[in-house]
Design a protein around this ligand. Structure first.
Ligand SMILES: *Cc1c(COP(=O)(O)O)cnc(C)c1O
Length: 441
């Protein structure tokens, strides 16, 4: 039996190892790299027989922790993941894994709620406090704000691109919450992400004890590995197929969700393939086809699936370090779906399957249709499509695809107060530094 893995920076050739707690606490390595595990532990024997969500959470997470920390970490995750993650069958050997039943109606709740509890425990034990800095393309910010609010050891600063999140998302992001500071940044998501990453390693801000709650933080990725296993088990059971046959479609932007799935695959979750389903921000699918260089940094394109509007995905650096030269534990296919095809996918899924999906999930379904038409193996495979957000978060887009269909509503979103960011800031480092020091220093 090997022990729990240690963690190293993607950029440190000496591979100086830190514990999981340190990786979680700091978010980004001091050299600006992302933490990756030195080894990937195996799923426990008997994982295929698990048929309850909390059991799967335990099976996937326990092997990552040293024995003395494992019970508390697993229990915290099980408490955080107190909402269902059900399968919805669509016919034609497809099913959605509905990841949007958490408090902010997007899959980001899974990781944000778990990480908040883990981080709170670490800080409390050390008598410390910290400021979480999070860049959001729409959904992360409210999930983190909701999951972290009220943890007394933590303050949360949310950076979101002004005018580039949906009106509902902005209202969710700026709900007044204890210890949460939403800032509208005059730029795109990549600007927000760049500002957050620079601030984390800015010596002038050391006094704020900054950490990250973006998917650059390993504490975000591990909780997401749980539902990749859970989804495949549920699909395999309901269609009476082996996990080995399943194609899993992941609507992707920053590639955190795919990285989590590949960690699950590295732990021994067998699959026929992953599909990285991107919108017009297609750097990763093009990289898979050998058309571009890994370190090209394309600009972000604004699309209807805005939570996936990421030009240069952060987690690519992690994928390249974990799986050099594309040696993934299971095959990875890519697809890029434009806005027209996204709208058509929402319309078609409603007409044919009677389900209203969000634009991100629609990208996943469209990618599956396209790959089924192009690859015989994919055409025959049972497919899991991760449904990453509730359609009611994107009423404008759903209305365009389905005029007059009033199905995209959710009671939790009806009562939100008007959007009210704390400040609107230019997208430059000195401006953010000044604001942080003045308000929180
Ligand atoms: C964040 C998000 C994605 C993309 O996930 P990544 O981990 O960034 O690849 C997809 N869909 C929705 C609804 C999201 O909020």
């Amino acid at each position: 039996m090997s022990g729990a893995p240690a963690f190293v920076s993607t950029r440190d050739p000496s591979r100086r190892a830190v514990t999981f707690e340190q990786a979680l606490r700091h978010g980004l390595a001091p050299d600006g790299g992302l933490y990756v595990p030195t080894s990937v532990p195996a799923l426990p024997a008997g994982w295929r027989a698990l048929d309850r969500w909390p059991q799967v959470v335990e099976a996937v997470l326990r092997p990552w922790f040293p024995a003395e920390a494992a019970n508390a970490a697993v229990e915290a995750a099980q408490q955080a993941l107190d909402f269902p993650v059900p399968l919805r069958e669509l016919g034609a050997r497809r099913a959605l894994l509905e990841l949007h039943h958490g408090p902010t109606l997007a899959f980001k709740d899974v990781a944000a709620r778990t990480m908040a509890r883990w981080l709170g425990t670490i800080l409390r034990a050390g008598g410390e406090t910290a400021t979480v800095l999070v860049a959001t393309s729409g959904d992360t910010g409210s999930a983190v704000a909701d999951g972290f609010a009220g943890v007394p050891e933590l303050r949360v600063v949310v950076l979101y691109p002004a005018g580039r999140v949906s009106p509902v998302q902005e209202r969710q992001l700026t709900v007044p919450r204890e210890g949460v500071y939403p800032l509208a940044i005059e730029g795109d998501f990549d600007d927000c992400q760049r500002l957050a990453k620079r601030a984390l390693v800015d010596p002038a801000l050391a006094g704020l004890q900054l950490t990250s709650a973006n998917s650059i933080n390993l504490g975000r990725l591990l909780p997401q590995a749980t539902y990749h296993v859970w989804g495949v088990l549920q699909l395999a059971r309901s269609l009476a197929v082996a996990p080995e046959e399943v194609v899993s479609v992941v609507p992707s932007g920053n590639l955190g969700n795919l990285a989590a799935g590949l960690l699950a695959a590295g732990m021994g979750l067998p699959l026929a393939a992953f599909v990285a389903a991107h919108n017009a921000n297609d750097h990763f699918p093009r990289l898979l086809r050998g058309e571009v260089d890994a370190d090209a940094a394309p600009a972000t394109i604004a699309t209807l699936s805005n939570a996936m509007d990421v030009g240069a995905p952060s987690n690519l650096e992690r994928l390249l370090a974990l799986f050099p030269e594309g040696r993934y534990p299971v095959p990875v296919l890519g697809a890029s779906i434009d806005d027209r095809a996204t709208l058509a996918s929402i319309t078609r899924t409603w007409r044919e399957d009677g389900v209203v999906v969000c634009p991100h999930t629609a990208v996943g379904l469209a990618a599956l249709r396209r790959l089924r038409a192009a690859h015989r193996d994919v055409a025959r495979a049972p497919a899991l499509v991760l449904a990453t957000a509730h359609p009611a978060k994107f009423p404008e887009v759903v209305e365009r695809a389905l005029p007059g269909v009033a199905a995209a509503r959710h009671p939790r979103l009806e009562r939100l107060p008007p959007a009210r960011p704390l400040a609107r800031l230019a997208a430059d480092e000195p401006t953010l530094r000044r604001w942080l020091l003045a308000q929180l220093g």
